[in-house]
Each structure stands twice: as C-alpha cells, then as structure tokens.
Design a protein around this ligand. Structure first.
Ligand code: VGL
Ligand code: ZN
Length: 207
C-alpha cells in the first residue's frame, strides 16, 4: 500500500456481519478471519467506511420467499438473474449485526443496502438492477476520496461488485484479497477476480 494516512484514500469494509461468519445463516468459510486483519488495517487509514447487508423479512433474494426454490438456485427477477440465498441479515436481527470483534470506532459512515423488498444489492454503490443508487459514490466523491481499498465479505459477491462499481464510478479501486473471504459458488471466486481485473480494479495480496 502507498503512504499511510492519505486524506484522499478510504478503507471500505464490506459486510463483516455475523450471518456471513461461521455459525451464521450464510456463513462464508473462514469469514471471521478477516476481523483481526481489518482491525490491524484500519489504523493505517485516515478514513474508514463500512457497509451492512440489511434485508427485510421475505426479501426477494431469500429462497424461502419462492416456494420450491432452494438456496443457491436462481430466479428471473425483473432486473435479471438473481441468486437465491438462505434468509440472512434480516434488519434488526442478531445475524445482521457486525461481527462483535470488528472495531467500529474508526468507521465514519455505514451504508446499509438490500433494504428494498424487491431488489437485492451486492454492490455498495448500485443495487442489483444496476440503476438504483445507494448514494455512496456521491458521498465519497463529496468527501474528496480518490482511491478506495476494499476488504470484507464476500470476495466474489459484495466485495467484487463494489470494487467494480467503484472503478466504473471513477475511483481507483484496490481489493486487498488477504482481508477478504469468498463464497465460491461454481467457480465464482476465480470469475470475480478476473472480472475485477478486467474492470481495472487492482487485486492485491498482502495488505
Ligand atoms: C452477500 C450474498 C447475499 C455478500 C450478501 O455480502 O457478499 N452475498 N448477500
Ligand atoms: Zn444479502
């Protein structure tokens, strides 16, 4: 990483929530391993922001909302193909809380996403219809950030979508792979890394 404490850089912590950690409703293998890594990284940044997956009960992305469907199957949503998940990160639930070990003190802004019943949102910037904005790009631009470092869960879904959208929005986007863990659904991890690189995202090992 470049010089520590650059005013135009921010660390973006994606979805480090209980439901994505071992024991959670949509556990990412080894997901909780990112907690200490991110806690060690945060002090090297002048600014830290975070996202929180935050769904209403009965959300479109839940397999339980579609009779006969199981997690990891897909449906045709109004906006295209949507993968179905086990019920997770229901707003206000214990599983939606940040991992209790994650140091939230450095976090200046928390963006919740996925709260519209009929649209999922992997990206921190645009929901899965690719049109509905979360407002984060504007907020980060207004703050003067130019380079964003992404860490968290899951590498191949919310981290990848966020980093690719950041690059499209004109930010320099860097993914610190060591500080991410993936779901890897049918090769989705390798595919996501290739897509990030193709979109101009720097994907690096070693924070
Ligand atoms: C995520 C699937 C569903 C993620 C969120 O944080 O990567 N994945 N909701
Ligand atoms: Zn979700």
């Amino acid at each position: 990483m470049a010089t520590d404490f650059r005013a135009d850089e921010a660390l973006v912590v994606i979805d480090v929530q209980k439901d994505f950690c071992p024991g959670g409703a949509l556990a990412v293998t080894d997901g909780d391993a990112v907690v200490e890594i991110i806690n060690a990284l945060s002090p090297r940044f002048a600014h830290v922001v975070a996202t929180q997956d935050w769904h209403p009960a009965g959300h479109l992305s839940f397999a339980s909302s579609h009779p006969g469907k199981a997690p990891f199957e897909t449906i045709e949503a109004d906006y295209g193909l949507q993968t179905l998940w086990s019920d997770h990160c229901v707003k206000g639930s214990d599983g939606a809380a940040f991992h209790p070990g994650l140091d939230l003190n450095p976090v200046e802004l928390i963006v919740r996403k996925g709260f519209r019943p009929e649209i999922d949102s992997y990206s921190a910037f645009f929901e899965n219809d690719r049109k509905t904005t979360t407002g984060l790009a504007g907020a980060l631009r207004e703050r003067g950030f130019r380079r964003l470092y992404f860490v968290g869960l899951a590498t191949d879904f919310c981290v990848a979508y966020s980093a690719i959208d950041a690059a499209r929005e004109g930010f320099e986007a860097v993914v610190l792979l060591d500080a991410c863990r993936g779901i890897d659904l049918g090769g989705s991890l390798d595919a996501a890394i290739a897509e990030m690189k193709a979109a101009g995202v720097s994907v690096v090992n070693g924070a």
